[in-house]
Design a protein around this ligand. Structure first.
Ligand code: AMP
Length: 322
């Protein structure tokens, strides 16, 4: 499959690389890493990495704006890290001559001419690393730095995925490209004191349901008080793993600018993406997100998560007593 994808890339003079809305380091790292790898391999091609950025991930590089000179009907679209049409940021596959999807989310729908989906992969960045090693696609230290950062971020520093194969891949790129892991971690994990204080607020105010769902409501007033925005507040969900009393946890953030309530959800056992899907969301079994319009709907989602946790605890009890 990688060879087929390589051939398709080789065929086109203009390539647009897109990914999901609500950018994160895996989406942006895979996008900018792949763009640079294609440019190194085929310097004559025009490659655009598009979508709304975030200054928080500015260290990964710059995104491009599409101008009127780009003729979509003669170009290739590559959609990264996105399982469905509605979450693609800034592109419509049908506008392009051909399209490729490379993703590690569970399958939702077919949107591209050629699709490579591996929901066992830790991250889309890991898939791009595999792509580079499997074909003649060139890479350098800068390419691998972007891919490393996305991979580390999506695995939450190897918590969500810690397979033997993943460590072998990471060991290989660190060695082959002489990566300075300490420096890359600084970019990824440096935070402001305001963020740390907001994290303190979350710890103090987290509510826990009967069956172990930890959640906190971050109103626009709270988010503004800590000089954060809804996206970075929601991202704090990654800092609450391994709490004894909590199986599933969620940040409910009011996004006043977009008039929505965003919910970031994580689990260390029960499957949560099926619940997220009921509330205009989706994602992975243990890391999902949803969007609703009212706090009442968000509370219904929490009730559903509580039910999923209850079932999980009962099933665990049965399997332990056998
Ligand atoms: P996040 O909490 O934003 O890091 O998202 C965790 C996972 O859930 C990622 O794989 C996202 O792509 C996915 N996700 C987040 N929000 C949504 C949504 N509204 N719809 C579908 N998938 C989502």
């Amino acid at each position: 499959m990688w060879k087929k994808i390589y051939k398709m890339i080789k065929k086109y003079d203009t390539i647009v690389i897109s990914r999901h809305i609500g950018v994160d380091p895996d989406a942006m790292g895979s996008q900018l890493g792949l763009k640079l790898a294609i440019e190194l391999t085929f310097p004559e091609k025009k490659v655009y990495a598009i979508g709304n950025g975030s200054c928080k991930f500015g260290y990964l590089g710059k995104l491009d704006k599409l101008d009127e000179t780009v003729d979509f009907s003669n170009s290739l679209l590559i959609v990264l890290d996105t399982p469905d049409k509605k979450r693609i940021d800034g592109a419509v596959p049908a506008d392009f001559k051909e399209s490729i999807k490379i993703d590690h989310h569970p399958f939702v729908e077919e949107i591209c001419t050629l699709e490579l989906i591996d929901d066992k992969a830790s991250s889309t960045c890991q898939l791009i690393i595999d792509f580079i090693y499997a074909t003649k696609l060139k890479a350098n230290k800068e390419v691998m730095e972007k891919l490393f950062v996305g991979l580390v971020s999506d695995t939450n520093r190897f918590i969500f995925n810690s397979s033997n194969q993943l460590f072998l891949t990471v060991g290989k790129i660190v060695k082959d490209y002489n990566l300075n892991v300490e420096k890359l971690y600084q970019n990824l994990y440096m935070r402001s004191m305001n963020e740390v204080r907001l994290q303190g607020y979350i710890s103090q105010n987290m509510l826990i349901t009967d069956n172990g769902v930890g959640y906190v409501i971050l109103t626009n007033d709270i988010i503004t008080k800590f000089k954060a925005d809804a996206a970075s507040a929601g991202n704090m969900v990654n800092n609450f793993n391994y709490i004894d009393e909590i199986l599933v946890w969620a940040m409910i953030s009011e996004d006043k600018k977009n008039d929505i309530v965003k919910i970031n959800i994580r689990s260390r056992g029960p499957v949560i993406n099926t619940v997220a899907e009921k509330y205009n969301g989706g994602g992975h079994k243990m890391a999902s997100g949803a969007r609703v319009t009212t706090m009442e709907e968000a509370k219904l989602l929490i009730n559903d998560l509580d039910r999923v946790c209850k079932r999980y605890i009962e099933e665990e009890d049965i399997s332990e007593s056998n």
